[in-house]
Design a protein. Structure first.
Length: 618
C-alpha cells in the first residue's frame, strides 16, 4: 500500500495498462516497491468501449496492489497534439505571452476547449518550445475513469515525455544522437534524443496494425489473430530466413514483416524531417521500447531495415529494486516500463521535462488548497477586527485624514515613474507587433515545403507521378461549376528576369452604403487549394489500372491527421448552423482517364486538394 512518501505511477496505453509504486531512498533515489500490468484487446471494433475497458483495468490493478492516494499517470502520444516551435530571440519576460500566441496558431482547436502546457527545450543555442494539448472533454473522461477507482490525481503527463525523462536518467552518459522507438498498439512514438535536445512524432503503425494484417491475411477474427501473433508470431528477416520454418509459421512471419515494414519506412521520412526542419542529426543508435517490440527478431528486423545498431531500452539503471519485486519479470518487461520510471522521477523532482495537463476538477482543487490559508487568516482577522472595532473607531477618523494626505503626496511623487511605465508598455506593444510579423513570415516560409513533404509521403507507387503542382485561389468544390484560378502564370518559365510570375487574383470590396468614399483597393484572394496534374502508367504490373489514382487519394486521407496541410471536407453553414460535408472522390479527382489514348502508355489525371487553411501569396 502506498503512503504519503510514495509515488504511484500509472501508464494508460491503448492495449496495456501498467502501475508501479516507488519509494524514495535515503539518498534521494527511486526505489521500485510494486509493479503490475494488465492487457486490453486493442480491437478497432471495440473503440467505443475503450474508456470502460481502461477503467476496469485500472480498478483491477488498484485492488490487486492495494494502493490508495494520488497518482501520476501518463496518456499515450496519439491522444494529444504535440508541436515543436522555434521562438524568436526575445527577453524571457515575454516568453509566456509568446508561447500563448504560438499555441493559438498551432493548436487546431480554440484554447478554451483544450488543456495545454509547454516546456522550453535546448536547441543548439536557439529557443525552442514543445506545446502539448488535449481536448478538455477527452482529458476529463480519462481523469474521471481514474478517479472512479478511488485514486486522486497528482499530475497528468504524456508518454513520450515520460519516456524521455527515463532515458536521460538511465543513460546519462549517452551524448550521440539516438532514436527511441516506442512501438505501441495503435501508434509508435519516435523519440529523437541528442543530449538535452528532444523531438518526437507519432507514426500511425503499431501492434494493432500487425494484428489487423494477420486477421485479413488469414481471414480470422481480431482476437484470434492477436493470439497467433503473441503465441507463435515472429518477424521474418531477409536472406531466406523463413526457409527453415514450417509453411504456416513462415506465412505468419512474412505477414508480420510486411506490416512492420510500414513502420520501418516511416522512420527515414521522420528522420529527414527532423534534420531539415529542426537542424537535428541522424541517429547513430536505436533503442526499442513498448509492447509491440516483444515479437521475436524485432531487434534484428530494425537493424536490417535501418542499418544501425539496435538494443532494447532498459530504464531500470535509473532506479533501485525493492525486496519482493519479481526481478525475472522485470528483466523481461523492462523495455515496457519507461513511462512508469519517468513518472516516478517526477515524484522526486528529478525529471527534465515536466508537462502537466491539469483537468478542470484538479485545477479547481489546487486553487482551493492555495486559498485555504488565506481564508483561515481572513476569518481570524475578521474576528479580531470585530472585537477591536469599538476601541479603534475614534482613532480611525484621524488616521484616515493622515492616510489621505500621505496618499496624495505619494501620488504626486509617483506620477513621474507612471509616465515612464506607460512608455515602456507602448514599446512592448510595438515589439509584439514586430514579433507577430516575423512569426507569420516564418510560418509561411515552411508551409509549402511541409505540404510537399506530406504529399510525397503518399506517393508509394512507381506507376503514378506528378507533372504539375499548381496553387489555386478562390476554389469552391461545392459550386455547380467549381471555380478557382491558378496564381502562377502559365508562361512563368519564360518571364523575363525581374518580372512577377504570379497572377493578380483578387476581389473588389464594395464601398460602404451611403458613402462618398472611394472604392477600396482590391484584396488578394488567398490560395485555398492545390491542383495536381500527372499521369498513371498502364502496364501488366499495375493491376489497379486507373484506380491507382484513387489509391493515392486514399493514402493522403489515411496519412491526414492533426496538423495536416490538406482537408477532405468542407464546412457549410451561416456561422450559427454549420456542418462538415465530406467531399466525394469525383469532386477531388475531376479528371482521370479510363485508359491511355491510342499509342500512349500513360493517361493523365487531375486531383484538387483543398488546403486546411488559406495561404496568402502577396
Amino acid at each position: 500500500m502506498a503512503d504519503n512518501q510514495s509515488t504511484i505511477a500509472l501508464n494508460i496505453g491503448t492495449q496495456r495498462v501498467s502501475m508501479a509504486v516507488f519509494d524514495t531512498s535515503k539518498s534521494g533515489g527511486l526505489v521500485l516497491k510494486q509493479y503490475d500490468d494488465t492487457a486490453i484487446l486493442a480491437d478497432p471494433a471495440t473503440d467505443t468501449i475503450r474508456a470502460s475497458q481502461i477503467r476496469q483495468a485500472v480498478t483491477e490493478l488498484v485492488a490487486g496492489m492495494g494502493v490508495k492516494g494520488k497518482v501520476r499517470y501518463s496518456i499515450s502520444g496519439q491522444s494529444v497534439f504535440i508541436r515543436f516551435v522555434k521562438l524568436p530571440p526575445l527577453d524571457d519576460d515575454n516568453i509566456e505571452q509568446l508561447v500563448t500566441f504560438e499555441a493559438q496558431q498551432h493548436v487546431p482547436f480554440p484554447l478554451e476547449e483544450v488543456v495545454w502546457d509547454y516546456e522550453i527545450l535546448e536547441a543548439g543555442g536557439e529557443k525552442e518550445v514543445v506545446i502539448v494539448a488535449i481536448k478538455a472533454d477527452a482529458l476529463e473522461e480519462t481523469n474521471e475513469g481514474v478517479n472512479a477507482t478511488g485514486l486522486g490525481t497528482a499530475e497528468v503527463d504524456v508518454a513520450p515525455m515520460a519516456l524521455y525523462n527515463a532515458f536521460r536518467a538511465a543513460y546519462p552518459d549517452v551524448t550521440d544522437p539516438v532514436l527511441l522507438i516506442d512501438v505501441g498498439a495503435k501508434t509508435s512514438d519516435l523519440l529523437y534524443i541528442e543530449g538535452n535536445r528532444f523531438f518526437t512524432r507519432s507514426a500511425n503503425v503499431g501492434g494493432a496494425a500487425v494484428t489487423t494484417a494477420i486477421a485479413k491475411e488469414f481471414n480470422v477474427p481480431f482476437a484470434e489473430a492477436e493470439a497467433h501473433k503473441t503465441q507463435g508470431g515472429l518477424v521474418a528477416l531477409g536472406g531466406g530466413h523463413t526457409e527453415q520454418l514450417d509453411e504456416a509459421t513462415a506465412a505468419l512471419a512474412m505477414c508480420i514483416r510486411n506490416a512492420m515494414t510500414r513502420l520501418a519506412t516511416e522512420i527515414p521520412r521522420t528522420t529527414n524531417y527532423y534534420r531539415s526542419q529542426h537542424n537535428g542529426n541522424a541517429p547513430k543508435h536505436v533503442y526499442l521500447a513498448g509492447g509491440g517490440a516483444n515479437l521475436p527478431y524485432a531487434k534484428e528486423f530494425f537493424e536490417e531495415k535501418l542499418r544501425l545498431p539496435v538494443d532494447y531500452f532498459n530504464p531500470l539503471p535509473a532506479i533501485s529494486i525493492g525486496k519482493g519485486v519479481d526481478t525475472d519479470r522485470l528483466s523481461k518487461e523492462a523495455h515496457t516500463m519507461g513511462e512508469l520510471v519517468g513518472l516516478g522521477l517526477r515524484g522526486i523532482g528529478k525529471s527534465q521535462l515536466n508537462i502537466d495537463l491539469v483537468p478542470a476538477a484538479v485545477g479547481e482543487a489546487r486553487a482551493a488548497e492555495k486559498r485555504k490559508p488565506f481564508l483561515i487568516a481572513a476569518a481570524a482577522i475578521a474576528i479580531v477586527g470585530a472585537a477591536l472595532f469599538g476601541v479603534f473607531q475614534m482613532q480611525a477618523a484621524g488616521k484616515a485624514i493622515e492616510a489621505k494626505d500621505d496618499a496624495e503626496a505619494q501620488a504626486k511623487t509617483l506620477s513621474g515613474p507612471a509616465n515612464a511605465i506607460q512608455k515602456q508598455v507602448k514599446k512592448e506593444e510595438r515589439l509584439k507587433a514586430i514579433a507577430s510579423t516575423y512569426i507569420e513570415a516564418d510560418k509561411a516560409r515552411v508551409f509549402w515545403l511541409e505540404a510537399y513533404q506530406e504529399l510525397a509521403a503518399a506517393f508509394a507507387s512507381e506507376f503514378v507521378w506528378i507533372t504539375d503542382f499548381d496553387p489555386i485561389a478562390g476554389y469552391n468544390p461545392l459550386a455547380e461549376k467549381p471555380e478557382g484560378k491558378s496564381v502562377v502564370k502559365l508562361d512563368f518559365g519564360t518571364i523575363a528576369y525581374g518580372l512577377g510570375a504570379l497572377e493578380n487574383v483578387s476581389t473588389q470590396a464594395p464601398p460602404p452604403k451611403n458613402s462618398k468614399a472611394e472604392r477600396p483597393d482590391p484584396v488578394a484572394t488567398p490560395v485555398n487549394a492545390v491542383r495536381l496534374k500527372g499521369y498513371w502508367l498502364q502496364s501488366k504490373e499495375n493491376t489497379r489500372s486507373q484506380n491507382i489514382v484513387f489509391d493515392l487519394l486514399d493514402k493522403l486521407k489515411e496519412n491526414a491527421a492533426d496538423g495536416s496541410h490538406f482537408k477532405f471536407s468542407i464546412t457549410q453553414g451561416d456561422g450559427k448552423n454549420t456542418k462538415e460535408v465530406e467531399l466525394e472522390k469525383s469532386q477531388l479527382v475531376p479528371t482521370n482517364e479510363a485508359a491511355p489514348a491510342e499509342g500512349e502508355y500513360a493517361a493523365p489525371f487531375e486531383i484538387i486538394l483543398p488546403l486546411s487553411e488559406p495561404v496568402p501569396y502577396r
